[in-house]
Design a protein around this ligand. Structure first.
Ligand code: SF4
Length: 300
């Protein structure tokens, strides 16, 4: 079990499908360290010990120093801290690892270079190759946990992205064999940018993909997003899902000061963490809130 914690929705990049894209007239907010600690305390009280910190791409407002400061403060509350932010060079990842970052999540969104160029029209994220190399740079810098993913529904046919994602994972299992790897296949949702999916992936197709990923990647984590509806999420768990969030907010400050900023996308599963934990128990699984501690690395 992990929880997303949005630190900022400021962004200087334009991805045509995203509600945080540069220039959109949305309510923007960047949390202070005190505000992110309040969010962290809220999540810790609900049982979470692993948080995923997220920002848009704003080199000045949410750079490495900003992230290091927030991670340094949140370490007192969480033994596991991952980032889903802009991609960095190897030295920058080394600084983030030293600050206490345990995991890095970098979705390629689509692996098709032409579709990638069509949806990522301006900003740092436009560089396909730099983004694709991000997980390997993070691994070389000592980040222990890697997450990759494709945003299903962006590129048609979606199966090409699914195959490319599996190939990327198999490659990382070879070149980053010390790292723990997870894959994610979120289905794209409408956003404040006015985007609405051109090629929606059906429930049946997503279930088929989870089965295929589990067969191709038997020891790799599979992440399930709260974008999906509760009953469907519960039905996918026995097919091989290992990581999930619950009670998520996608707006900065959304746990303790909701409604002050725009969220990145709408959440479909609004159940509280304990309700999702109960649903997992009812399926015969044990909800795990903490599966790592930096002490386990002592002496390595
Ligand atoms: S996907 Fe990320 S980089 Fe692209 S507009 Fe949204 S927040 Fe910015």
């Amino acid at each position: 079990m992990y929880a997303p914690l949005y630190l900022s929705n400021e962004c200087l990049t334009t991805c045509t499908y995203c509600g945080f894209a540069k220039g959109l007239p949305i309510a923007r907010k960047t949390l202070s360290v005190a505000q992110s600690l309040r969010e962290g305390e809220f999540l810790r009280a609900r049982g979470y010990r692993h948080v995923l910190l997220l920002t848009g791409e704003h080199q000045k407002l949410t750079g490495v120093d900003f992230l290091g400061e927030h991670v340094g403060a949140l370490r007192a509350l969480f033994p596991q801290i991952s980032l889903e932010v802009q991609v960095w060079n190897e030295d920058e990842y080394r600084r983030l690892a030293a600050a206490g970052v345990d995991g890095v999540v970098i979705y390629q969104e689509t692996y098709d270079p032409d579709s990638y160029a069509r949806f990522h029209v301006a900003g740092k994220k436009r560089d396909y190759e730099f983004r694709l190399g991000g997980p390997e740079r993070a691994a070389r810098a000592g980040i222990r946990r890697l997450g990759i993913g494709a945003l299903l529904g962006l590129h048609e046919p979606w199966r090409e992205d699914a195959i490319a994602l599996a190939a990327h994972a198999l490659h990382l299992l070879k070149v980053a064999w010390r790292q723990e790897l997870a894959v994610s296949v979120p289905r794209i949702r409408p956003s404040a940018s006015g985007y609405s999916p051109e090629h929606p992936v059906t429930d049946r197709e997503l279930a088929q993909l989870i089965c295929a990923l589990r067969l191709v990647l038997p020891d790799t984590g599979i992440v399930m997003s709260t974008r999906e509806a509760p009953g469907f999420r519960d039905a996918l768990v026995p097919l091989g899902v290992t990581h999930t969030s619950a009670g998520s907010h996608t707006d900065p400050g959304g746990y303790t000061e909701p409604g002050e900023a725009e969220g990145q996308f709408e959440v479909d599963d609004t159940r509280a963490p304990e309700e999702v934990a109960d649903a997992l128990r009812a399926l015969g699984y044990e909800p795990v809130w903490k599966d790592w501690d930096a002490l386990m690395r002592a002496g390595v």
